[in-house]
Design a protein around this ligand. Structure first.
Ligand code: DOR
Length: 387
């Protein structure tokens, strides 16, 4: 089936123009400028997009879908449907499930179930150490059959030798270590020092402090290769009285993260979508459910700070897709037609009662955000439609 998305503004990390795109067999076949003749076959379905913007769909390098083990918080179906509503088609799901995803049995369960659901593309992150205990490594050889991402997210690797060895192995076996750093500044400093010493493939999760950004700048300026992410909530709010790891920071931190984005030091915006039940939140569980409103939170912040939509697309689609070696994240002929149609003018209030996610834990409930997802396509098929 061919689809023509007609009369839209097409924006990705590299371009912005008015036109149409033709999707054939799940891939972007052709792009037409507004003044070009569009010749298509009779059986092509036409989606009129007047007034809307077409972006590459989003790639989330960091989220928690709680399946297996915590299905009352989220499951693979509810989490992925929420993600599609938020414009995401690829998700890197963290390993802090129950049992922990530190063996192929759990990993294959997640991949098999997701394949049957046929919602998002799932890249399951393996635990780095057994049971996220920071001591003994998982069986890399086995886990590498399914993933190149390893993380004990939620838990910091406190043992320096373990971290050092992980970095050395990441180089040798060609995988990436995603680090959760608490206390943030100290652990990021240690990890960047280790990276400089022994090399490796490192991605630093959810940085939130001005002084951490200072370290990132310092090491990136010396040409050390690594990547880092910020979350939507750490640029959206400050000093919010709500438990999340890392915590909400001060206004100056938020301002500096936004500057860091403008200056090109932040590679990725990842949601850290962390759904919890009301009861678990009352008992102190950290985290925010936000995947279905993440784009609108980020767009609001970018719009208010004069940051382009190209930059948003770079951080939410292009860079994560490059880091993960995916053939998407850009609107170009030959790329997978993983796309999202948005209305940038639509302002709305976050309403957790309308969340598809089982997690209603979002401190910004009732707040206004900007830009709404209308349709999400994965490999050319419509996975979400709210026109
Ligand atoms: O707030 C958080 N919640 N931060 C994390 O790193 C883990 C996450 C969770 O799993 O709930």
């Amino acid at each position: 089936m061919n689809i023509l998305i007609n009369n839209v503004k097409i924006v990705d990390a590299k371009r912005a123009f008015h036109g149409s795109i033709l999707i054939e067999n799940g891939f972007i076949k052709r792009m037409f400028k507004a003044d070009e003749d569009v010749n298509i076959s009779n059986d092509t379905e036409i989606i009129e997009g007047k007034g809307l913007v077409l972006l590459p769909s989003f790639v989330d390098m960091h989220c928690h879908l709680r399946d297996p083990g915590y299905l009352y918080k989220e499951d693979l179906e509810s989490g992925q449907k929420a993600a599609l509503k938020g414009g995401y088609t690829t998700l890197c799901t963290m390993a802090n499930t129950k049992p922990v995803c530190d063996n192929t049995l759990v990993l294959e369960y997640i991949l098999d179930k997701s394949k049957k659901l046929d919602l998002c593309d799932i890249i399951q992150v393996s635990a780095l150490t057994r049971n996220l205990e920071g001591k003994e490594f998982v069986n890399f050889e086995e886990m590498l059959r399914h993933t190149r991402l390893f993380s004990d997210d939620g838990n910091t690797i406190f043992n320096e030798e373990v971290m050092k060895k992980a970095l050395i192995l990441s180089n040798k076996l060609n995988f990436r270590v995603l680090t959760h750093c608490q206390p943030e500044f100290e652990i990021v400093k240690r990890d960047l020092g280790l990276l400089k010493e022994v090399g490796g493939n490192l991605h630093i999760c959810h940085i939130s402090l001005e002084k951490t950004l200072g370290l990132i700048k310092e090491f990136k300026d010396t040409n050390l290769k690594f990547t880092c992410e910020v979350t939507p909530h750490h640029i959206f709010g400050y000093e919010v009285d709500y438990r999340v790891n890392p915590s909400f920071r001060k206004k100056e931190d938020v301002k500096s993260l936004i500057e860091g984005i403008k200056q090109g030091y932040i590679d990725v915006i990842a949601t850290d979508h962390a759904p919890h039940s009301l009861e678990d939140k009352q008992n102190g569980a950290p985290g925010i459910s936000l995947i279905e409103v993440a784009f609108s939170m980020v767009y609001k912040v970018f719009h208010e700070n004069g940051i382009s939509l190209n930059k948003l697309s770079e951080l939410m689609s292009y860079n994560p897709a490059r880091i993960l070696n995916l053939n998407c994240g850009l609107i170009e002929e030959g790329y997978e037609a993983n796309l999202v149609l948005v209305d940038l003018d639509e302002e709305y209030q976050i309403d957790t009662d309308n969340f598809i996610s089982k997690g209603k834990n979002n401190p910004f409930n009732g707040e206004k955000v900007l830009g709404k997802v209308k349709m999400t396509f994965k490999r050319g098929s419509v996975k979400y439609d709210n026109r």
